[in-house]
Design a binder for this molecule. Structure first.
Ligand SMILES: Cc1ncc(C[n+]2csc(CCOP(=O)(O)OP(=O)(O)O)c2C)c(N)n1
Length: 305
């Protein structure tokens, strides 16, 4: 089985069938996230699930990339700065045809190309190794500047977590991007209002969100960025934001995408508890049912870790 899904062939705008196609890809990403984490008996869930719609839109509609030629020099760059959500990125890449979908079941194994956090020295198609929160945006800023200096028509997309935005390095890069007027740099904040544990408070699951409502929008604006605030699970809004981000005005672009941690699996939604956690067999079956996917085969074989 290859099972790869083609990128959109047409240059036409996002009509209803294109939106449905992308929604189905997002569902497939969620299915592969659950299957792979269950198989590995370890891995992050909440953050990968919140990012699935954004990744489907990126890899199947927005990014100019060639799965069959991952080192193509003029490709757009994508950096998953919230590298702990790697399994969602791997699922999107496998579905897009970068590698066989079966390889997802090697996730987090000792000899796998699909490490718990993205390792660009192992997997062609990754533009940056990430996992230490806060660093991906600096790398992306450098790539966007490099594209400018070499006169390449390359756009750079970086996905950050809202908890990650507590890292000082994020704002150092944000200042530099404004200084260099990098309107080929697009940050996407997966604004799910939960982080790993957080503190008790008034937000989802009784936790204090990393930022107060509206705070991140105001912060990116204050740093001189053009901010688009959207529903990160609404495919039409996601595509519209990417299209608007292409009209450069000299400012880097921040898409603050409101999302739900654990989206798509109701018993995981809005629960910090599911940030990272092994799935019990009965939970696996329930999650697959909720995603509308048949539960295939016996429990996972052992993995070399
Ligand atoms: C520098 C650094 N500190 C701590 C961690 C451990 N860590 C991994 S994920 C995470 C929470 C991230 O929250 P957020 O950015 O909101 O991601 P999401 O909720 O989307 O998973 C933390 C603290 C890390 N990977 N890097």
């Amino acid at each position: 089985m290859n099972g790869a899904v083609g990128a959109s062939d047409t240059a036409a705008g996002p009509d209803g069938s294109e939106l449905d196609r992308l929604r189905e890809i997002a569902r497939r990403i969620r299915v592969e996230v659950i299957r792979s984490v269950h198989h590995a008996r370890a891995g992050h869930l909440g953050g990968p699930l919140s990012a699935a719609d954004l990744l489907a839109a990126l890899y199947f509609h927005e990014l100019r990339v060639r799965a069959e030629e991952p080192r193509w020099e003029d490709r757009d760059r994508f950096i998953l700065s919230k590298g702990h959500s790697s399994i969602a990125l791997y699922a999107a890449m496998a579905l897009r045809g970068y590698f066989p979908i079966e390889e997802l079941l090697t996730f987090d194994g000792a000899h796998s190309r699909l490490q718990g956090h993205p390792d660009m020295t192992r997997l062609p198609g990754l533009d940056m190794s990430t996992g230490s929160l806060g660093m991906g945006i600096s790398a992306g800023m450098g790539m966007a500047l490099g594209a400018r200096l070499t006169a390449r028509d390359v756009r750079v997309y970086v996905m950050l977590g809202d908890g990650e935005c507590q890292e000082g390095e994020v704002w150092e890069a944000a200042m530099a991007a404004t200084r260099y007027r990098l309107d080929n740099l697009v940050v996407i904040v997966d604004h799910n209002r939960l982080q790993q544990y957080g503190w008790p408070g008034e937000g989802p699951d009784g936790r204090t969100p990393p930022q107060a409502p509206g705070e991140l929008v105001a912060k990116w604006q204050a740093f001189g960025w053009r901010v688009l605030h959207i529903d990160g699970h609404d495919m039409a809004s996601i595509l519209d934001a990417f299209a608007r981000a292409r009209a450069g005005d000299g400012r880097p672009i921040a898409i603050v995408a409101d999302t739900v941690k654990g989206k798509g699996v109701p018993f995981m939604e809005g629960r910090f508890f599911w940030h990272t956690r092994p799935i019990k067999p009965e939970e696996y079956e329930q999650a697959m049912r909720e995603l509308g996917e048949p539960v295939l085969g016996a429990p996972a074989p052992e993995v070399t870790r």
